[in-house]
Design a protein around this ligand. Structure first.
Ligand code: 26Q
Length: 828
């Protein structure tokens, strides 16, 4: 009987239709005759989820039976994007579901649009985590992601009165059909309270007890993570905070019933909201509590699963478990795992340290000082008194080692300490993570170089073997196959196979075809089609009519000074003024040479980051002036697309010709959208920063437009600028003068413009502006030759195999986790 019951659900078109209609009626309890897109989306999603769940439970069962090593990816952020089409493709059921829905009167495309994007992250780091989950599943690794289930994701951005306005993103409003609540997976997480030293009367050993404080309850929600065309289905477990009153009913007995419940209710908001920062680390108490809550629940869960197997001794943990810390956000895992091993498992310090150190690894994503997490020591002491004791002990042992290796070098000792002797004292989470982990990795060559040469230099000198580079990668199945079906079809047609979907290296063969006129025609038609779709999207979201034959020049990412959207918009203003002067001087030959362009911006500014919000205002002001100036005809349009997120990116990236990645050298750790744009036949205009440099190596100098100072020059300039004030580029001076004079509306943007003064120009806009304009000119000249341009975009796309997250995950598996993929087959 069990054999009969354990077969997988049927997947013929009729069975899929039945399952969808049944979910409308029985799961959602809605009338199946009522035509309602939202219900049909949800029912379809649940029908797909049913088919994932079978593989998911089988995978977990298989992994336990094989006792193979597991990877746990700990991240405070995930930007999953929509799941419906991804899950269907993974199951190889996309066409059948599309056919099933067609007959029910819905197109898959329209139902896709019903899905809300869970914005549980703020930018690149969260999206990277999601790409990693997909590759881990596809490559048959047994890996779980852990994160927080924020009630409100990253805010929704609307443009009101020509500025950013933030609205709460209550993404769970209609329910999230991909998750499964696990009321049986609950842990208590303690915060605050006191520590007490207790001497064991028998052994005389001093034990530390953590008493009092408040308990918060963590409950797990699971989201299945399917691999592409494999049965392997992993799990993403997200924690939500709950009142812990169910756990200690005893305290209600003294008549304090309501007071007790009220107090317990305070725990609910812990996972309410995601901090909307990227590359910035505000020292907020709630954030530290979120981090600890996340880490403690996760580690309790990992240990519980590990200990279920009777053969597992704790000392063996590093051979069975790899824990990857995504940035220092979960770095409190180091003392927390120590605490669990010392206080709950009664291990000695040496054994506990051996386990922690060999299990955990840390990925750094930034060198910007303001993004490095440091917490006021008094705050740590208040919330996590036991952990502070452990941190002191870790630091004490570590500094003794430093003193042994470098006797008579107290400055080095002070520099490397976890505790900064400031007022108040601060706890440096990066130091804690480096000391507590067996590997530390940067996310692009130049970035890792900077970690070793400057930011973590002392640590690199001490443990050179600890530092590795693993250049980021992106999931090409989402960013090519799913986001750009038109291009995928052209590629598969010309290669005669779909095998590139599994192995991006297969794209190399396209290079030979890059000048083939028929292939070029297909490629150009595909690009035109994607640009028309983007043009329609722009019309809908910005109410601006743009010409799909113009060059689409795109700059989309979080708004930040170091990413230099400001430099881009100054360049746009320059282009506009130049067109006007050509018109005024009646230079018609030169005017004919001007490449018609649509400049597209999108991205969110942190709500309290006023400079970034001013940049958005300036972009909108300049866009309004240019778009309403009928003199320049269609030569230039500028749009700011609101509410940039994963699904908006999936429309913008395939429709772009040129994309800008123009951070000041040394500031963008890697960048990942640069890879996505290249994969979609868009050429990069890039600074000498992050992964741009490695992309340049792969695609070749002729197929990318690079400009500006490199990291070394930036460093030298930053020290010499204080003494030598260079002249502002004449073109830049002209543009800023026009902005101040009110050419682009009544606001004069004084503080933005003043930031260009050499003494204020931390991000080298003034220095790089000239070479930036030259790079733009080179790209214009290239665009004027369509065959050459097309060949460049083909070669650039065909050179992307290194930038697949599949390659990246294989490197983590080999260099850091020491895990092998498994070969899971269905039970028969
Ligand atoms: C820290 C403390 C308190 C509140 C918020 C934060 C916080 C949150 C998010 C700090 C930083 C982040 C996000 C950083 C991020 O997205 N970094 C990007 O990571 C990408 C993936 O490696 C890189 O490609 C980008 O270069 C890097 O900027």
């Amino acid at each position: 009987l069990w054999k009969l019951l354990c077969t997988y659900l049927p997947c013929d078109v009729l069975s899929l239709q039945k399952s969808i209609v049944q979910h409308v009626e029985y799961t959602l309890a809605r009338r199946r005759y009522k035509r309602d897109k939202c219900s049909f989306y949800q029912a379809t999603a649940i029908s797909v989820r049913d088919r994932l769940i079978e593989r998911w439970t089988d995978t977990q069962q298989y992994l336990s039976s094989k006792d193979s090593k597991r990877v746990y990816y700990l991240s405070l952020e995930y930007l999953l994007g929509r799941n419906l089409q991804n899950a269907m493709s993974c199951l190889a059921l996309r066409n059948r579901y599309a056919a099933a829905l067609e007959e029910l009167g819905y197109s898959l495309e329209e139902l896709t649009e019903e899905e809300r994007d869970p914005g549980l992250g703020s930018g690149g780091l969260g999206r990277l985590a999601s790409c990693f989950l997909d590759s881990l599943a596809t490559l048959n690794f047994g890996a779980w992601g852990y994160g927080l289930r924020y009630k409100f994701g990253l805010f929704e951005q609307r443009l009101i009165s020509k500025a950013q306005a933030e609205f709460p993103d209550f993404w769970l409003k209609e329910g999230y059909p991909w998750e499964v609540e696990r009321p049986d997976v609950q842990y208590l997480v303690r915060m605050y309270g006191e520590v007490e030293d207790r001497v064991d009367p028998e052994t005389g050993e001093v034990k530390v007890a953590w008493k009092g404080g408040e308990d918060v309850l963590a409950e797990g929600f699971d989201i299945p993570v399917p691999g592409f065309h494999t049965l392997n289905t992993n799990n993403l477990r997200l924690w939500t905070s709950k009142a812990s009153c169910e756990f200690d009913l005893g305290s209600f007995n003294d008549g304090q019933y309501y007071a007790a419940i009220e107090e317990k209710e305070r725990s609910e908001p812990l996972t309410s909201v995601l901090y909307p920062c990227d590359n910035n680390a505000p020292g907020k108490e709630l954030r530290l509590r979120q981090q600890y809550f996340f880490v403690s629940a996760t580690l309790q869960d990992i240990l519980r699963r590990y200990k279920k197997s009777p053969s597992h001794g704790l000392l063996d943990l590093p051979n069975k478990v790899a824990i990857q810390l995504n940035e220092t956000h979960p770095a409190i895992a180091i003392p927390e795992l120590m605490r669990l091993l010392l206080d709950d498992e009664n291990l000695c310090w040496q054994d506990a340290w051996h386990i922690v150190h060999n299990t955990c690894a840390y990925t750094n994503h930034t060198v910007m000082p303001e993004a490095l997490e440091i917490w006021p020591l008094p705050l740590v002491e208040q919330i996590l008194p036991r952990h502070l004791r452990i941190i002191y002990e870790i630091n004490h042992q570590f500094l003794s080692e430093v003193r042994r290796r470098w006797p008579g070098d107290p400055q080095r000792v002070a520099r490397m300490s976890i505790i900064e002797e400031s007022e108040p004292k601060m706890v440096k989470m990066a130091h804690l993570a480096i000391i507590g982990c067996h590997k530390v990795n940067g996310v692009a060559q130049v970035h890792t170089g900077l970690l070793c040469k400057s930011l973590f230099r002392d640590f690199y000198e001490m443990w050179p073997e600890k530092f590795v580079n693993i250049t980021n990668g992106v999931n090409h199945r989402r960013w090519m196959l799913q986001a750009n079906p038109a291009m995928s079809a052209v590629i598969s047609k010309w290669l005669g196979t779909h095998d590139w979907v599994h192995d991006l290296g297969r794209l190399e063969r396209l290079k030979e075809l890059s000048s083939n006129p028929e292939f070029q025609r297909d490629w150009q038609e595909m690009k035109r089609y994607n640009k028309r779709k983007l043009a329609e999207f722009i019309e809908r979201t910005c109410d601006v009519d743009v010409d799909a034959d113009a060059m689409f020049d795109v700059h989309v990412k979080r708004i930040h000074e170091y990413k230099r959207q400001f430099m881009n918009i100054l360049g746009v203003a320059y282009r506009y003024l130049r067109i006007l002067s050509l018109l005024a001087e009646e230079k018609f030959d030169e005017l004919r040479q001007v490449v018609p362009k649509v400049v597209i911006f999108a991205g969110k500014a942190a709500p309290n980051y006023s400079v970034a919000k001013d940049v958005i205002k300036l972009i909108i002001a300049i866009a309004d002036t240019i778009n309403s100036d009928t003199r320049i005809g269609g030569l230039l349009k500028v749009v700011f697309i609101p509410n940039y997120n994963v699904s908006v990116a999936e429309v913008i990236i395939p429709g772009s010709d040129l994309s800008q990645h123009i951070s000041t050298a040394g500031f963008e750790a890697s960048g990942t959208s640069n890879m996505k744009f290249c994969m979609n036949g868009s050429l990069l205009l890039g600074s000498r920063d992050g992964a741009n440099l490695e992309i340049e190596q792969s695609v070749g100098r002729a197929n990318i437009f690079m400009f500006g100072a490199n990291t070394k020059e930036v460093r030298t300039l930053q020290t010499t600028m204080q003494y030598r004030k260079p002249q502002l580029d004449g073109r830049l001076a002209h543009v800023t003068q026009e902005i101040r004079s009110g050419r682009f509306g009544p606001t004069s943007f004084d503080s933005l413009v003043d930031s260009l003064l050499p003494e204020n120009d931390r991000y080298m806009v003034g220095h790089d502006f000239g070479s930036y304009l030259e790079a733009l000119e080179v790209s214009d000249a290239a665009f004027r030759k369509p065959e050459e341009w097309t060949a460049k975009t083909i070669v650039s796309c065909a050179s992307m195999s290194r930038f697949s997250s599949d390659r990246c995950i294989r490197e983590y598996a080999e260099k850091i986790w020491n895990v092998e993929p498994h070969q899971f087959r269905p039970p028969n």
